[in-house]
Write a protein that binds this ligand. Structure first.
Ligand SMILES: Nc1ncnc2c1ncn2[C@@H]1O[C@H](COP(=O)(O)OP(=O)(O)OP(=O)(O)O)[C@@H](O)[C@H]1O
Ligand SMILES: Cc1ncc(C[n+]2csc(CCOP(=O)(O)O)c2C)c(N)n1
Ligand SMILES: [Mg+2]
Length: 347
């Protein structure tokens, strides 16, 4: 274990960044001066930022640092894809307390750089600071899109189809499993703690939580099929909350069908194990990092051809409100933004 103080701030930065090379034409100059220099020529520049605080957004008891680095990068890329853009550069601001070593930071950087490699993004700068209490990460991602390709939250129109990629609720149940094991572990005395928790049958849920992916593939498939979403958002806080953002920004209402919610088999089994309603997990779970988007009704046939995308409902006039239609057309339940809220969680 190497103490950060052995390297000092500049030594640490050099250590973490000396092998980083840029891949994108838009990166004119990366790490090493007062600013990175970017050149987006005639394309729109997309900028997004996300902060991850220890104890609020992640718990290091069950989060490997490499996974944390990977996830921190991917959740930022996800916001760029949600605008129908391509992520190009990443800025990493990090604050660490004395309980972290150089090797701990190496692990975070190996995750960050793996994500950058996989998604074709350049790590072009950041800031490093000490912290009194814990670990904080704040990442800014910059991307680009042709002006006419940018998709906003505010473009949904009455009769548009509401679509979602992948499946929902898995990451939330992954978190519940990890929290449950943490409690069991905390209740044991030292000799008993050598036993490893058994997560067999739940691997997919843990992976969805610990190592999410951004849906680059979906954005590309839509583009290849000639489908331009009228609105789009990524699902970080839960489907209900994100759909309400689209409807509010677009001044519309919506109807989604409970029986159309995309669920994985492991998600359904695990929800049952926890005595939870699986639809509630899918609607309010959060951290799915799937894409929620709307397309014109005339794109129905094209959407049916796209793998891993499902139509879950349609956009209505604002006066009709926002609601979920229960199984078997049973009843209309108003959608509520019950998703995860960092502000609530810190209370
Ligand atoms: N402290 C802040 N100051 C200025 N603007 C902010 C601040 N926090 C959020 N925003 C802006 O508010 C809007 C909504 O942000 P929000 O974080 O809810 O969206 P998001 O980034 O898609 O969500 P997530 O953080 O779950 O990825 C964005 O335009 C964002 O830049
Ligand atoms: C210890 C711990 N507690 C809670 C969660 C859940 N959580 C964290 S971030 C987030 C979504 C978006 O956040 P933001 O809107 O701040 O970007 C959710 C649902 C977690 N992963 N770990
Ligand atoms: Mg977002």
């Amino acid at each position: 274990m190497t103490a950060i103080s052995e390297l000092g701030e500049f030594g640490l930065i050099r250590h973490l960044t000396e092998n980083i090379k840029s891949k994108n034409d838009s990166t004119t100059f990366g790490i090493g001066d007062d600013c990175a220099v970017l050149d987006y020529c005639d394309r729109r520049t997309l900028v997004t930022s996300d902060m991850l605080m220890e104890g609020i957004h992640f718990d290091l008891v069950y989060t490997p640092l490499k996974h944390l680095g990977y996830k921190a990068a991917v959740v930022n890329f996800s916001d760029i894809y949600a605008m129908n853009g391509t992520p190009r550069q990443l800025i990493v601001n990090i604050a660490v307390s004395r309980r972290f070593s150089v090797e701990n930071l190496d692990d975070i950087y190996s995750g960050l750089l793996l994500a950058c490699e996989r998604y074709g993004v350049d790590l072009v700068g950041g800031d490093t600071s000490a912290s009194v209490t814990g670990l904080a990460l704040s990442l800014t991602c910059i991307g680009d899109a042709k002006a006419e390709d940018v998709v906003y939250r505010h473009g949904a129109k009455e009769t548009d189809l509401i679509c979602v990629s992948g499946n929902l609720g898995a990451a939330y149940l992954g978190l519940q499993l990890l929290e449950r094991e943490k409690k069991v572990f905390e209740g044991k005395n030292i000799d008993e703690t050598s036993a490893q928790p058994d997560f067999s049958g739940h691997e997919y849920l843990l992976e969805r939580f610990l190592k999410p992916e951004a849906r680059k593939d979906i954005v590309e498939r839509l583009r290849d099929a000639g489908i331009r979403p009228t609105s789009m958002i990524d699902i970080s806080d839960g489907l209900s909350s994100e759909l309400l953002h689209i409807c509010k920004a677009s001044q519309t209402g919506c109807r989604i069908y409970e029986e159309r919610l995309p669920l994985d088999y492991q998600t359904a089994l695990c929800a049952e194990e926890f005595n939870m309603n699986v639809s509630t997990c899918a609607l309010n779970g959060g951290e799915d990092y799937e894409l929620l988007f709307t397309v014109p009704l005339t794109d129905h046939d094209k959407i049916a051809q796209i793998d891993d995308v499902r139509e879950i409902g349609y956009i209505t006039k604002a006066e009709l409100g926002t609601a979920l239609i229960g199984r078997g057309d049973a009843e209309e339940i108003p959608l509520r933004a019950q998703g995860w809220d960092a502000a609530e969680s810190g209370k």
